[in-house]
Design a protein around this ligand. Structure first.
Ligand SMILES: [Zn+2]
Length: 252
């Protein structure tokens, strides 16, 4: 398995690597290949009148690491150190990715409210959507029980009124990623709720109470939908009513 010539080359490379790592200040006294590198650098320096010693050494070290097969305790220790260094780099990259995702989440959660507490508003900012299919529009096997607000994926969705989150889940049947809010303060004889479907991102969780205009998440195309839109419903005692008619008579 281990070819003698390759082993010698490997040992030489490891020796150079160990010296280069352990004694960088004494690199001039290093054996064969470091001397070759120094000569090459000097020749290049003579031709180009600038030093690229750092670059040539930096290029050399990783390729030596890639090639050796660990057979002696020293090699195993060196390889282990290299593996640990790589693992550390991977952990750093993962931490950086997590930080970046946390930053994205904090950008989302710092989205300003677009209404005053107690107010009733449309679920999206004026100008950010187009009304498409309405309540009662034809659907295969049933009629459409909500109002669609067509908009690009990522367009913000807001709570239409103060309330508390009763549903926040992905894959809520054909609704895809869905949020539902109960609105006790607006409930008369029947319990009023609003539902937001097909979302690409949900910023709220079940049990969380929100104020009118609070950011709930983003428009998406999850669930049974063609094109991206907010599927918006208003329910009284869990029965859908015409949400656009409700908004028109309650938003001032
Ligand atoms: Zn819809």
């Amino acid at each position: 398995m281990v070819r003698p010539i390759r082993t010698v080359a490997i040992l030489a490379a490891v020796g150079t690597l160990v010296v280069a790592i352990a004694l960088p200040a004494l690199a001039t006294g290093a054996p064969a290949s470091a001397g070759t590198a120094a000569m090459t650098s000097q020749q290049l320096a003579a031709h180009h009148a600038q030093s690229i010693v750092v670059a040539s050494e930096a290029m050399q070290a990783p390729s030596a690491r890639e090639q050796f097969t660990a057979t002696t305790p020293e090699e195993i220790a060196t390889k282990k150190a290299a593996d640990e260094a790589r693992a550390l780099e991977a952990a750093k990259a993962a931490a950086l990715a997590a930080t970046s995702s946390a930053m994205t989440a904090s950008v989302h959660s710092s989205m300003p409210s677009i209404a005053q507490p107690g107010q009733v508003i449309y679920p999206m900012a004026a100008g950010s959507y187009t009304l498409s299919d309405g309540f009662g529009a034809a659907r295969t096997g049933r009629s459409h029980m909500g109002q669609d607000f067509a908009a690009p994926i990522g367009t913000p969705i807001y709570a239409i009124a103060d309330g508390c989150v009763s549903i926040s889940q992905s894959d809520y049947g054909g609704y895809g990623d869905t949020v539902q809010i109960s609105h006790p303060a607006l409930s008369g004889a029947g319990a009023l709720a609003s539902l937001y479907g097909h979302m690409s991102y949900r910023a709220v969780s079940v049990g969380q109470c929100v104020t009118a205009g609070q950011y709930l998440g983003d428009v998406g195309n999850t669930g049974w939908v063609s094109g991206s839109c907010l599927h918006f419903e208003v329910l009284i005692n869990n029965t859908e009513i015409d949400p656009l008619a409700w908004l028109q008579s309650n938003v001032f």
